[in-house]
Design a protein around this ligand. Sequence first.
Ligand code: F3S
Length: 431
Amino acid sequence: MPLSLTLEEEHMLSGDYGSGVQKSMDLLVQIGEAFGAERMVEISSSHLIPYEIMSASRFGVPPAKWFEDWVLEMTEGVSSFRVVTTINPAIVNPQRAIELGFKELGEIDPTESVIKGMEKYKRMGAIPVYTCCPFLIFTPRKGEHLGGAESVAVAFYNTFFGAKVNRESGPTALAAAVTGRVPEFGMHHLDSRYGQLLVEINRGLDSNKFTYADYNALAYYVGEKAQGRIPVFYGLSQNLNVTQIKYLCAPLGVSAGLPMCHIVGVTPEAPTVEIALGGRRAEDKIEFGVEQLQEAYRQLTTANDERVDAVTIGCPHATLQELGECAQLLGGEKVSPKVKLWVGTAETIRFIGERMGYVKAIEDAGGFVVTDMCAHSYSYCRGAFSRKHALGTVATNSAKAAHYIQIIGSAKTWFGSTEQCIKAAISGRWQ
Ligand code: F3S
């Protein structure tokens, strides 16, 4: 069945609202038709990953000219976005590029592109949050349709709020912000949201004692085995906090490209296992115990040298709770002069963290609380821009960071709890 459009959407497609809106609607229509959508749905927000501020320099190479032109055309004549629009972290915070050592990388200086991109999207009304946790700023209600390109934000919006969002590409999330529409397929249909893979936490494993790294390891392991099937986590505490859920959601997009999971007792659509599965039988079941946890840790750890060059916390961006935990774990001790400790967060969280004294405690110890960017981009940029700059070993409590640092940054990783990471920052060695 062809995709049917409302009168207003027809006007968008025919160019009555200008060429940028036309180009954006045309892209969404083509995507919708390819995925069998029958109509567009109105959205209330879109979360962007503009190539100018992130992907252009993430891999050390600028995007192809045709891609730049194409994205430019989608915003031609567009003075403002139609919906609440938030933006992902940049590759570097341009205000702190020198202090953070980006200029010394030499071959590609991403700051110019980042500043240009930030100004452009702000002019169009985007909220300059520069975080992968926009859910700490924009909170949708259950069933609300959204657009968005960041895997963490998408998984969190679907899983925690019960909002409906597909994992978009950079250009389609932009087109969604320009038109205020997305084609209705995938996560926008209730039927596609039911769980398919039951994940039972083995009784031998006390999930009440899980560290953030343990939640990360669980989701990373399940993502690898899921083969695109939406997991239903059964046996986790129903009192999970936002930080724990963030760490459970984050690896789903990394190891599996999954847009959501169900946490029984937490996800609005999962009060029980049966409801989460939509009354069907699970296609498969994973029992997650000590052995599986250890397997995930082994995959995320590639280092064998105890010496640590950098420690990165805050992927996804740290919550206020995490800033407090880092400050407390440092306990007035100094970071080893041979180690860079970076804690990434959103500017809004840093602001409150300053008032709480957390930022001062971390920075007095010799660490950085970096905002508007990914805390570990220094680690992977070094390897991506030039092998000769690659760091030797980076410690992190994040599966997503470990994954990228290994692949893009060409560095070895230690993966473990926040406590292990902070200890490594102080001693310069992984214990
Ligand atoms: Fe966020 Fe960057 Fe990690 S976008 S999830 S801090 S890779």
